[in-house]
Design a protein around this ligand. Structure first.
Ligand SMILES: [Zn+2]
Length: 259
């Protein structure tokens, strides 16, 4: 049995027994840790704040190789995001990011890349005027890159011309099987997913720009709808996950259908 120190983001908590909590912590070096916080809900414990969802915390625990769940002994808050739980929509999207991390089960190398992406997304969403939905889209796009299934948004799969400029009408055809698009000159295939050049440009920004640069971009409702549908279809094709995210269902309930 060894004492281990780690820092990570609380991505999920579940009450256990009378006063305990099962904490899922996402760390840069160790990936996902499952920690049993005994007695934390007893009222006498002072580590409760460090175990709130989406808090960045430094923890100490006893590690035993034979156990999946380790015993937590200490936890301190490193950073927290007060505007997230105060806003139902921000909270929903932030938790949807955490849920995706929990389900993605990334390799050690991918985990090291994903950790700062999640952290930067939470920081950006916490800004009062930030568009949390756009931050969430940026997170999803970067997650696809980490998982090695990023779409090619640079050029037409056939003639290699770039994204058509200034187009709000849907002229590009996205091929989910090949992970890229055909321009209006090259596409003759029915059944592909129609997207506007403007939508492809936004999606490319989600790949290239950090979360804080995305958070304040204004996107028109028709383009928002296309983006939403693109992600749903893309994840359905590659991961079959996105549609079933509990946190996202919650967001849809509180914000109603997309405008
Ligand atoms: Zn083309």
């Amino acid at each position: 049995m060894g004492i281990v120190k780690a820092e990570g983001i609380v991505i999920r908590t579940m009450n256990m027994r009378e006063t305990s909590k099962l904490v899922t912590l996402f760390t840069r070096e160790l990936g996902i840790l499952m920690l049993d916080a005994k007695g934390v809900r007893s009222g006498k414990s002072r580590i409760g704040a460090a175990l709130e969802p989406l808090t960045v915390s430094r923890v100490v625990y006893y590690h035993r190789e034979t156990r999946d769940i380790q015993f937590l002994t200490q936890a301190d808050v490193v950073e927290f995001f007060p505007n997230l739980p105060a806003d139902l929509e921000k909270w929903g999207y932030a938790n949807a990011c955490a849920e995706l991390v929990a389900r993605a089960q990334t390799s050690t190398e991918a985990t090291a890349r994903l950790y700062p992406i999640l952290l930067n997304t939470l920081r950006a969403m916490n800004e009062p005027s930030a568009e949390s939905r756009v931050c969430f889209w940026g997170f999803q796009m970067k997650l696809l890159s980490v998982l090695g299934v990023a779409p090619n948004l640079r050029q037409c799969l056939n003639c290699r011309t770039g994204i058509p400029t200034g187009e709000a009408v849907m002229t590009c055809h996205f091929d989910f099987a090949r992970g890229g698009f055909f321009c209006s000159n090259c596409s003759s295939e029915a059944g592909l997913h129609l997207l506007a050049g403007e939508t492809l440009r936004r999606l490319a920004e989600f790949q290239s720009l950090p979360a804080d640069k995305l958070a304040h971009g204004k996107i028109t409702p028709p383009i928002q709808r296309q983006i939403e549908n693109f992600f749903r279809a893309y994840f359905a094709f590659h991961l079959e996950e996105i549609g079933s995210l509990t946190a996202l269902k919650f967001v849809r309930e509180i914000s109603g259908p997309l405008k």
